[in-house]
Design a protein around this ligand. Structure first.
Ligand SMILES: [Mn+2]
Length: 196
């Protein structure tokens, strides 16, 4: 059974369409009016081996906040929808990934409960024209809508672009393992409760 989803979400602030194949090859297509976020999501696709297509419009004349948050919402909705009943998945994933001088750690639990811990001190808030504080909003929205527990911790780093790239690559690797099928647990939901 293919683990795919298509989600459309339209509000007065944004209009976002996401399609995803969790068992993809890392193909990424996007039309996003926030270039830096598009660049970061390309790392989720590539290093998670997810096929992701996003078409997004947003009120970026205000600022990037609504568009970044809402892309997180729709991606989270798409992941949880594609995951279905979570039978046979690993559930947990963890990665510690360097990007040059930066080292980021991400732990994911597809727990059915929403929680984000985000400890990523940045040397400056701007990366190009992008407000780097919005990345926390992206992960908060993703955690809320995918009903997952996500801990993001920067061990150390100096360059804001490198730091965030390490965060996204670590997130991709952690999420990729969490959603992958555990051959020793086939047919079982990975919880002693019997449901996630
Ligand atoms: Mn880069």
């Amino acid at each position: 059974m293919s683990r795919t989803a298509k989600i459309n979400r339209k509000t007065k602030e944004t209009d976002i369409r996401v399609s995803i194949n969790i068992d993809g090859k890392g193909e990424y297509k996007s039309e996003i009016p926030v270039a830096f976020l598009g660049h970061m999501i390309s790392h989720i696709a590539k290093h998670g081996c997810f096929d992701i297509a996003i078409i997004a419009k947003g009120d970026v004349e205000v600022d990037y906040h609504h568009t970044v948050e809402d892309i997180g919402i729709v991606l989270g909705d798409a992941f949880i929808s594609a995951l279905g009943d979570k039978v046979g998945i690993h559930r947990y994933g963890h990665a510690l990934i360097p990007m040059d001088e930066s080292l980021a750690e991400v732990s994911v639990d597809l727990s059915g409960r929403s929680m984000l811990i985000y400890k990523v001190p940045l040397p400056k808030n701007k990366v190009g024209d992008f407000d780097a504080e919005l990345i926390e909003e992206f992960f908060k929205a993703f955690a809320n809508h995918s009903k997952s527990t996500i801990h993001v911790n920067l061990r150390y780093g100096e360059n804001a672009h490198h730091i965030l790239e390490a965060v996204f690559k670590a997130f991709a690797k952690a999420l990729s393992h969490a959603v992958s099928i555990n051959p020793r647990a086939s047919g079982e939901v990975p919880s002693t409760k019997g449901a996630l």
